[in-house]
Design a binder for this molecule. Sequence first.
Ligand SMILES: Nc1ncnc2c1ncn2[C@@H]1O[C@H](COP(=O)(O)OP(=O)(O)O)[C@@H](O)[C@H]1O
Ligand SMILES: [Mg+2]
Length: 137
Amino acid sequence: MPIFRLKIQIHFETAIFFSLFLELGEVWHGLMQAAGASRKVFEFIDRPPRLENTGTYAPDSMTGKIEFRHVAFSYPIRPDLPIMEDLTFTVEPGEVVALVGPSGGGKSSCIAMLEHFYEPTSGEVLIFLNIFWMDVF
Ligand SMILES: Nc1ncnc2c1ncn2[C@@H]1O[C@H](COP(=O)(O)OP(=O)(O)O)[C@@H](O)[C@H]1O
Ligand SMILES: [Mg+2]
């Protein structure tokens, strides 16, 4: 084999070797990133919830009157940004209510509190269950 062909062959093999090495490094880097991210996910899963949903009451039927009483709310992640202040309204059973307002006005946040995803900072969110008012939070 002429010398220059041998040289090319050696360079080619060295290049393959190093590119494999680099790829291995990238795979390892990706693996480490995934391991780091999963640790964070498990931390979130193991976090004890601040709201305990341990109630067992399951009414057969529900009148379903809804009341927001002087509700103030801001998201825990942005406590300095008030989403609603002193919001009071009643929804009678069977009544259709439209929450109207600009995007970012707090309509979905009202529903999120009704679904008990968040607690109001102050005030009460209540659902009337035939015989008694239930604190949603
Ligand atoms: N999960 C959240 N964490 C922090 N801020 C939020 C969250 N969801 C909504 N917001 C903020 O709360 C405000 C009200 O949002 P939202 O209730 O979704 O309004 P709407 O439904 O009326 O468009 C907005 O400023 C929005 O950026
Ligand atoms: Mg919305």
